[in-house]
Design a protein around this ligand. Structure first.
Ligand SMILES: *Cc1c(COP(=O)(O)O)cnc(C)c1O
Length: 429
């Protein structure tokens, strides 16, 4: 073996992938997940897979409903009355927050509405800084909140532009923040390219201008460790159904820094009322003195229970270990794309501090390539205009899976198999 071989971290061969799988300390966790009917599932950042733990937790909730009826609110384990808070406590370590700063409730979009709506009122400035590569629902919700507050979204929204169509320069975000900024609202990871932002840097910049910092952690929670409390992030939202594997439309999570406890949420409801007096059913609203205030209506137990089970899987490891495996898998994937797919470009930052859990593989025929991959049993996401999004979700994807996907991609491109598929019409999801 010569020096360059000794130095290279990865090898092309199948035996290398097998050896890495054998040495993977998280490999056993894959047994807790069901395989879909597909050969390789690379879409865990859109919809994570079902674990037996999540299934059991859902079954248990259904049994409690069957056996206890309404008594489940007090007699279930844990009592449904405190279900949202209890799940929040268990999620807190994944985002680096205190237990009372985290709760589950609503959907991510609704949580953006209530948190941005609440804090826009409190902040000094009049503008909200976002970026043009955001997931659209975030902008829809923020614009709607600006309208609710009597502001013109075209004036009040400062949209930081991308220089390359893939990523956002943090310096450009910093330049967009000024003394009229009320809120800086950014994703942790861009949903298309997978760029990971420096949350601390953005938060400090917002605070330097007396603005608040909020984050959408949809593409990082469960795969990238966070440190929200120590950094002093003001608020954050995330989904339960991506890397957290809690099922389609699962309950979402949110974080509010403790210095903001006691505010009346923009979207107030009885489930966010102070728990001690909630059932006194007063006509006036007293918010819970913690993040629980941002729940709105009755906790949807059946869309929350799978999250309880899913967190049992996370309890077997640490998010740092998950992150380590994720970085190894994505680096291996990028290595294979470089070596095996000269027609493709990697649109994801290479720096491990700058990338989340998925890789954007770019090709002009990305849509038809994704269709051809589907035909070969590989589930990925196409994201317009030219991205095949490949997510090796570390709890159930291994090195052999990653290698297999790249081999299939190589075959599809070499033989132009994608030519057999229709080009994308409008309205196709
Ligand atoms: C997935 C995702 C959402 C989804 O919001 P829902 O309310 O669950 O539909 C929102 N924002 C980002 C950045 C996402 O990636």
């Amino acid at each position: 073996m010569d020096d360059s071989e000794l130095e290279s971290k990865f090898e092309l061969g199948a035996d290398f992938a097998a050896r890495r799988d054998d040495a993977d300390p998280l490999a056993h966790l894959a047994d807790r997940f069901y395989d879909t009917d597909d050969a390789q599932y690379m879409d865990g950042n859109s919809l994570g897979l079902l674990s037996t733990d999540a299934e059991d937790a859902l079954d248990a909730a259904v049994s409690e409903w069957r056996d206890l009826g309404i008594r489940g609110w007090t007699d279930a384990d844990p009592p449904w009355f405190h279900y949202g808070e209890k799940l929040g406590d268990r999620l807190a370590p994944l985002v680096g927050a205190n237990e009372n700063e985290v709760v589950v409730g609503n959907s991510t979009t609704v949580n953006i509405h209530t948190l941005v709506g609440t804090f826009y009122d409190r902040a000094e400035g009049s503008k909200i800084v976002v970026n043009e590569l955001d997931f659209p629902t975030d902008h829809y919700a923020i614009r709607a909140q600006l309208r609710q507050h009597g502001a013109d979204p075209d004036e009040a929204l400062t949209v930081v532009e991308s220089r390359d169509g893939r990523t956002i320069e943090e310096d450009d975000v910093l330049d967009a923040i000024d003394d009229d900024t009320a809120i800086v609202f950014m994703p942790s990871v861009l949903y298309r390219s997978g760029q990971l932002f420096d949350i601390e840097r953005l938060t400090d910049a917002a605070h330097d201008h007396d603005a608040l910092a909020g984050f959408d952690l949809a593409h990082s929670v469960g795969v990238v460790p966070h440190d929200l409390s120590d950094i002093g992030v003001d608020f954050a939202v995330w989904c339960g159904y991506k890397y957290l594997n809690a099922g389609p439309g699962a309950i979402a999570g949110l974080y509010v820094n403790e210095r903001h406890f006691g505010e009346t949420p923009a979207l107030a409801g009885w489930w966010g009322h102070d728990k001690e007096t909630q059932f006194e059913l007063n006509p006036t609203y007293t918010p819970a003195d913690d993040a629980g205030a941002y729940q709105i209506g009755t906790v949807p137990v059946l869309s929350a229970a799978p999250l309880a089970g899913s967190l049992d899987v996370f309890a077997e490891t640490t998010v740092e270990a998950v992150r380590e495996k994720s970085l190894n898998l994505t680096e291996y994937l990028m290595f294979l794309v470089d070596e095996r797919l000269p027609e493709c470009e990697v649109g994801t930052p290479r720096d491990p501090d700058r990338r989340g859990g998925h890789v954007a593989v770019e090709h002009p025929e990305a849509y038809r390539v994704s269709e051809a991959l589907k035909e070969r049993g590989v589930v990925v996401d196409f994201r317009p205009p030219d991205v095949v999004r490949v997510c090796p979700s570390p709890l159930y994807v291994g090195y052999r899976d990653v290698r297999e996907v790249v081999e299939k991609l190589s075959g599809i491109l070499e033989n132009e198999e994608y030519e057999a598929f229709e080009t994308r019409g409008s309205g196709v999801v």
